[in-house]
Design a protein around this ligand. Structure first.
Ligand SMILES: Cc1cc2nc3c(=O)[nH]c(=O)nc-3n(C[C@H](O)[C@H](O)[C@H](O)COP(=O)(O)OP(=O)(O)OC[C@H]3O[C@@H](n4cnc5c(N)ncnc54)[C@H](O)[C@@H]3O)c2cc1C
Length: 260
């Protein structure tokens, strides 16, 4: 992570054979290699599934080890206070949805759905990687989207699901987990949009639903954050976590400052 402030995640990872190995290795292969396979089925697969929605075959060893950090260090919750972060910058922020990006001579021309056009010599793309790829017409073979669906309900869970705060369903089940909010509410996380709540609740009313399409973009190909032509791509495109997104932003900011 420290190296990432000064070089792209791709370059940084490629400088470290150990890291590159676990980035490309599946979690299940890692467990076999280190004689930990028996733990995989009972403990680790549940932890990986409830946090990343993936099986040990789908998850990289890198992602699994990152999840294990929760066991070693207390995980912290944070809420991003967008208003505070932008209070001194709001005069130069336009809220809009970008629908097209074109390169004209040495400028990037950005169009938005409300009909605004902006041009700049330097462009930092901080949209989700699927949006970035679509807008810049970049293909990424071998990458797959992981979609996640959630329902927050108030109700009575079936007897089978009332013990414990987390109920994680076995691999192969398209529904991933039910989390007891301990206030009469529950959250169901699923890999399918058409989940059936009546499987899990005797009675319920849906408070709201949410979806992340995609929640993450998975694959082994590492993206360069700096694409040349004064184009910077930041975000969690190489690894689905806040730190990776944050550090890629720092790296782009440092590279931009050097060009000032
Ligand atoms: C359910 C869930 C739980 C998670 N839990 C954790 C966790 O516990 N810990 C952790 O580290 N990570 C977690 N993550 C991952 C984390 O949220 C992401 O890694 C992080 O948000 C990536 O930040 P980002 O800035 O790259 O992208 P985003 O946070 O996705 O920001 C992209 C921004 O681009 C905007 N945008 C999209 N399209 C356009 C457009 N066309 N024009 C203009 N703007 C656009 C979006 O509105 C959004 O504001 C979780 C993700 C999900 C889905």
């Amino acid at each position: 992570m420290r190296r990432n402030e000064f070089m792209s995640q791709k370059e940084s990872m490629e400088k470290d054979p150990e890291l590159l190995k676990i980035y490309n290795q599946s979690a299940s292969d890692f467990l076999h290699e280190h004689g930990l396979a028996p733990l995989g089925t009972v403990l680790i697969s549940t932890l990986v599934r409830v946090t990343s929605f993936l099986s040990l075959e789908e998850s990289s060893a890198f992602l699994m080890l990152w999840i294990w950090l929760i066991l070693l260090r207390r995980a912290r919750e944070c809420t991003v206070d967008g208003e505070k972060i932008t209070e001194n910058l709001h005069f130069c922020i336009t809220l809009d949805c970008v629908c097209s990006i074109k390169q004209k001579k040495d400028e990037w021309v950005v169009e938005t759905t409300s009909g605004h056009t902006m041009a700049a010599r330097r462009l930092v793309m901080a949209t989700p990687i699927t949006v970035t790829q679509k807008l810049l017409n970049i293909s990424s073979p071998g990458r797959t989207d992981l979609n996640v669906f959630m329902a927050k309900v108030r109700g009575t869970a079936k007897k089978k699901y009332v013990d414990g705060r987390y109920n994680v369903f076995p691999m192969g089940c398209p529904d991933v987990s039910i989390i007891d909010g301990e206030d009469g509410t529950y959250e169901l996380y699923s890999l399918r949009a058409d989940f059936d709540l009546s499987h899990y609740f005797d009675d319920y009313c849906v408070l709201y639903t949410k979806s992340w399409e995609p929640a993450a973009c998975l694959g082994k190909e590492l993206h360069f954050s700096q694409k040349g032509n004064n184009l910077f791509i930041v975000g969690d495109c190489n690894f689905p976590c806040l730190e990776a997104a944050y550090v890629s932003g720092m790296q782009a900011a440092k590279a931009l400052l050097e060009r000032m």
